[in-house]
Design a protein around this ligand. Structure first.
Ligand code: IPE
Ligand code: MG
Length: 240
């Protein structure tokens, strides 16, 4: 790819993706929504490989939100089979490539098999150091912040944390993304221009890129375009 051969291009350290448009992609083709999720899962696999091959260090993918429970039962059940399939097939490859799996979100309420598949992948890759794959499952940015606050109150009450030591840095220790860098580039597919409760804290200074491409149709070229656009942005972080 062109972008790989361009030495001057700055590769974002952390890319987060709101993958959207699976249902529309399927319906446009006269298929049922779950077919969109099936192809979307394959797009995820390819995007993970490509992003890390470019030198992205952390990739966060919004796979299931705390609001997605509003969907019908069959669709939800199907969505929860996808992590099982992916981790069963590809955890060994992730280890080979030194990718650590992190899961953001409350997975304790997911189907047991899904939770176990995630836990197994987390455990097996825990010593990997080069890359981080952050799968956001039953994740919501507001829920994450409330969870952090509750843990902070507990730690303050049990003298594990002094209230005067609470600051932006120490607060981050209570997020799912503890020890991960902030998001540099946030991508949302399918022409929706919303954040939808995704990584509210972590995207504070992210560059945001929207594309009309529906997630199952997202290719290397789309990621290249997002990174190219990112390279044209001036990040001032509040400075001049
Ligand atoms: C994104 O595609 C996948 C998930 C959020 C699980 P959608 O299922 O939201 O697709 P649309 O928005 O209905 O097209
Ligand atoms: Mg959607």
């Amino acid at each position: 790819m062109e972008i790989l051969n361009n030495e001057n291009i700055k590769i974002p350290e952390h890319i987060a993706i709101i993958l959207d448009g699976n249902g529309r992609w399927a319906l446009k083709r006269g298929l049922i929504r779950t077919m969109g999720h099936k192809v979307g899962a394959e797009t995820m696999r390819k995007t993970i490989n490509y992003a890390f091959s470019l030198g992205v260090k952390v990739l966060s993918l919004f796979c299931f939100s705390t609001e997605n429970w509003k969907r019908d039962k069959e669709e939800i059940a199907y969505l929860f089979t996808l992590p099982i399939e992916y981790f069963n097939k590809y955890t060994d490859k992730l280890i080979e490539e030194d990718v650590k799996v992190v899961v953001s979100g409350d997975i304790s309420v997911l189907p047991k098999e899904t939770m176990l598949a995630c836990d197994k992948a987390i455990l097996k890759t825990k010593n990997c150091k080069s890359y981080v794959l952050n799968i956001c499952l039953n994740y919501g940015g507001k829920a994450e912040i409330i969870r952090a606050c509750k843990q902070i109150v507990n730690d303050v009450n049990s003298n594990k944390l002094l209230l005067e030591n609470l600051n932006e840095k120490t607060f981050e220790n209570y997020l799912y993304t503890k020890n991960l860098p902030p998001v540099d580039l946030l991508i949302r597919t399918s022409n929706e221009k919303r954040i939808s409760n995704f990584m509210l804290w972590q995207i504070a200074y992210a560059e945001i890129y929207f594309t009309k491409t529906l997630w199952p149709a997202f290719t290397k070229k789309d990621l290249d375009k997002a990174i190219e656009e990112y390279n044209h942005r001036q990040r001032r972080f509040g400075g001049v």
